[in-house]
Design a binder for this molecule. Structure first.
Ligand code: PMP
Length: 415
């Protein structure tokens, strides 16, 4: 008898999603439907445990003390940096800087890259779907340096007009700073393709991964981006902590953004010299506790597997999208790009998003309404804002059904 043919694809592993949901104290066993994960996600018990453990046994300031407790804290803080480097597959942990969030990371590069490389008339290329955090820091720099901001246009379905890239990139373009996953539409931009294209013109690329890092595996070497930024609080970690990844070749020659302790080599009133990577960009006492708790969360997410998280979130958001499309003629989806994850943005025709949000809140459904810090994108669509449901892996199909019921009731009440 011949051996049975091996299956072409291995079957998906059985993951205990109900058990995973039970790891999140704020939502486990509660009837709150938390669909505001793009704003900030809920926290697993491992984060609370890591914080308690650190505060109870290893807390002290880092990098300064000769005493053992400070060295213990320093070891844990630097181990957290290594965990982040592994998580994003950085070539070297010195390429990982802890900041206070994605916004702070972008401001750091906008200032520092601007000081080093921008001359009057130079261009910075963004896109029409950027969060304000990836517009305003560049505008501030452009005003200081006499640079010009350009933007890749957005098509009607909420994807980028890739055909415009060649016309927008040229010798004056000094940097492309682009969102990977849109926080308003859920559109997943083809970042590897765009990075390759920009590099062909010699243009370095910053990837705003604030909404990608929670939902998919990251590999900065495979993507080959020059900078990447994200915030811990959107990926089940603490607030007040973010990551700035920079490829060494470009990053290590940039001047400091903020001055203070830890980032210096030697200070005198005549002249100060600075540390190299990563400390040059970490002025002052860092968020020690946050970084250590974040590392515990990253291990937790890696144990589930970012690939599995992505698959589940794509399934959940696809289910929500297709049911809204099929059963709710009163609903207009905003953003129907072929590739999207987690975020479902919509309007109830004839009603302000705020009214929908309030009526959903009365039924214990948490969604976001408004412009989602993307006013240029809302202007592009000629709308004041949207209702945004954003899902995480700990959400369930049963919650989607209850959400749709609450939406039906909302439509009825507004009639
Ligand atoms: N970029 C994107 C795409 C975002 O969604 C956000 C947060 N909404 C940010 C940047 C800024 O993140 P933070 O407020 O955590 O700094």
């Amino acid at each position: 008898m011949s051996a049975p043919l091996a299956p072409r694809f291995s079957p998906p592993p059985l993951i205990d999603w109900a058990g995973i949901r039970a790891d999140f104290p704020l939502i486990a066993g509660q009837d709150l439907i938390y669909f505001d994960n793009a704003a900030s996600s809920q926290k697993p018990k491992v984060m609370l445990q890591a914080m308690e453990e650190m505060l109870s046994h290893s807390y002290a300031n880092v990098h300064r003390g000769v005493h053992s407790l400070s060295q213990k804290a320093t070891d844990q803080y630097e181990a957290a940096r290594k965990t982040v480097a592994r998580f994003i597959n950085a070539a070297d942990e010195a390429e990982v800087v802890f900041t206070s969030g994605a916004t702070d990371s972008i401001n750091t590069i906008a200032f520092s890259f601007g000081e080093a490389h921008i001359q009057p008339g130079d261009e910075i290329l963004l896109s029409g779907m950027e969060h304000h955090a990836n517009i305003v820091p560049w505008q501030l720099m452009a005003q200081r340096k006499g640079a010009v901001i350009k933007a890749i246009p957005v098509l009607d379905n909420g994807s980028l007009n890739l055909e415009s890239l060649d016309a927008l990139m040229g010798p004056k373009t000094k940097l492309l700073s682009l969102v990977w996953v849109s926080n308003s539409l859920g559109t997943v931009n083809p970042i590897p393709y765009i990075v390759q294209k920009a590099h062909a013109y010699g243009i370095p690329v910053l990837v705003d991964a604030a909404q990608a890092a929670p939902h998919m595996p990251l590999d900065v070497q495979a993507i080959d981006c020059d900078f990447m930024v994200f915030s811990a609080h959107k990926m089940c970690g603490p607030t007040g902590l973010g990551v700035l990844y920079g490829k060494r070749a470009l990053f290590e020659n940039l001047p400091p953004y903020r001055g203070g302790g830890d980032m210096i080599d030697r200070v005198s009133f005549e002249k100060t010299t600075f540390q190299g990577l990563p400390f040059r960009f970490e002025a002052g006492t860092p968020h020690i506790l946050g970084a250590i708790a974040f590392a515990a969360v990253l291990d937790y997410l890696s144990n589930i597997g970012l690939g599995h998280i992505e698959e589940r979130e794509r399934q959940l958001s696809h289910s929500l999208r297709s049911q809204l499309k099929a059963d709710f003629p009163q609903i207009q989806l905003i953003g129907t790009a072929p590739d999207s994850v987690s975020v479902v943005s919509f309007l109830l025709k004839g009603h302000h998003p705020l009214d929908v949000g309030v009526l959903l809140d009365n039924q214990k459904v948490a969604v976001r309404t408004g412009h989602h810090c993307c006013q240029p994108l809302m202007d592009r669509f000629g709308i004041p804002g949207t209702v945004r449901a954003s899902l995480a892996f700990y959400n369930t199909e049963e919650e989607i059904q209850r959400f749709l019921l609450a939406l039906r009731k909302t439509i009825h009440l507004l009639r």
